[in-house]
Design a protein around this ligand. Structure first.
Ligand SMILES: [Zn+2]
Length: 419
């Protein structure tokens, strides 16, 4: 029986000494097979048992039985340095009320669900196990503490291959003006860090934690055009070329085009009734028809676009400039062609896209890097969308640390977000 339970338990070098059933709970008394441990103070192997120390931890269930390990973490006395020490157990952290694999088992569920569901499904908040609450440390029921346990074994992420970094910011709560900073490895398409606020010094300190060696290897950093990051990058990543991604430039143009649509809509309201209806209706709710690439429009949308063009000569011009702008990035074959085409476009666009033209001129050097390197933060856009999804399904994650861990785990833990 003991041998079978030891096999079933399947923890390396651990044997089951005895077992006890209490209702739906199986309590297994276990200890390490080896009779010695290595002293953490001086590295000497010691066989001098000083004291047995038993305590309870939660482990993976066996079938429908909950499993609690009655663990003997032995204390040894080192002959060489005379100090006493507790043996290290690789399957459970010091002073933790659960095994690492139990924490993983819970966290895997949390990533595709939420904390309170998982707690409930695993009897972590349930009345039934109240009896055992007294025996187990309170931490054995704390899902957040399990998340932290898993994160500690996984983080920090290995960044030795980081060459192209993307920095972007997103607002997780719309309209609150609170932004977090998203750091992305453009080559792997993975999230590598989240910074709680976009203050330069906070981001700088965060990146400096990666260490000089990593920072010096970064060859390119792709940023947006808010002006928050250029100085920072030049300071922290001494060998990196700063580029602005076409995705961010496009965003600026789309925004200005949409603002023009809204203005035209307002103007249409001032027309006499007959004209007004025609003009106003074609501009109302047609943001995406106007912004979407023309060659990707459905027949119905194409029809709408024609109506917009008819109703507003201004939007007709702006729309065609927007289309041309995409062509510059899609079709330029080399740096020279890209630069000339973009300069030509800026000339034509200036009367219509005053804001965008100014912004593009200010960031010209960083933007044209695209024609050479074709770096695109499309990756960043995808990551931002997934972060919003995590945030939405993250009921029960109240603080930033939990959100951060959950986000990092979902890119580095080989678990896909279900749903
Ligand atoms: Zn020692």
């Amino acid at each position: 029986m003991k041998r079978i339970l030891t096999q079933l338990l399947n923890l390396p070098d651990v044997v089951v000494e005895s077992s006890l059933k209490e209702g739906s709970v199986l309590i297994l008394s276990v200890s390490k097979k080896v009779k010695s441990a290595v002293c953490p103070h001086c590295g000497t192997k010691s066989e001098h048992l000083h004291q047995n120390q038993n305590y309870l931890v939660k482990d993976l269930p066996m079938g429908d039985k909950e499993v609690i390990l009655n663990l003997n973490r032995r204390r040894f006395k080192c002959k060489k340095c005379r100090k006493t020490f507790s043996e290290r157990l690789d399957f459970v952290g010091m002073k933790k009320g659960f095994t690492h694999r139990y924490a993983e088992y819970i966290v895997k569920q949390v990533i595709s669900s939420n904390v309170s569901n998982v707690a409930e499904n695993n009897g972590l908040s349930d009345e039934e196990v109240k009896v055992f609450r007294g025996k187990l440390p309170p931490e054995s029921f704390n899902v957040n503490s399990m998340i932290e346990d898993v994160a500690q074994n996984l983080l920090p992420i290995d960044m030795s291959n980081l060459r192209r970094l993307g920095i972007d910011e997103i607002s997780l709560v719309k309209g609150q003006g609170k932004f977090i900073v998203v750091l992305v490895d453009i080559d792997t398409g993975k999230l590598i860090g989240l910074v709680k606020e976009r203050k330069q010094i906070v981001i700088e300190n965060f990146m400096k934690m990666w260490g000089k060696e990593i920072l010096e290897k970064i060859e390119e950093v792709s940023i947006d055009m808010t002006g928050n990051y250029k100085n920072l990058v030049e300071k922290v990543c001494p060998n990196a070329l700063v580029t602005v991604d076409r995705f961010h430039v496009t965003k600026v143009i789309h925004q200005e085009l949409n603002e023009a649509r809204i203005e035209e809509k307002k103007t249409a309201l001032e027309l006499n009734i007959e004209l007004r209806e025609k003009a106003f209706d074609s501009l109302k709710g047609n943001k995406f028809t106007l912004l979407k690439a023309e060659n990707k429009l459905t027949y119905k949308q194409k029809d709408k676009l024609d109506k917009i063009r008819e109703a507003s000569p201004l939007l007709k011009i702006m729309h065609s400039l927007k289309e041309e702008f995409h062509d510059i990035f899609d079709k330029s074959e080399d740096l020279g062609e890209g630069i000339l085409w973009l300069l030509d476009w800026l000339d034509k666009a200036e009367p219509y896209y005053q804001k965008s033209v100014k912004t593009i001129e200010r960031w010209f050097g960083e933007i044209i890097g695209y024609f050479e390197r074709k770096t695109t933060n499309g990756v960043v856009e995808g990551i931002n969308n997934k972060l919003k999804l995590i945030k939405r399904s993250g009921f029960g994650f109240r603080n930033f640390r939990n959100f951060e861990i959950r986000a990092l785990l979902s890119w580095h833990y080989n678990i896909n977000l279900a749903r």
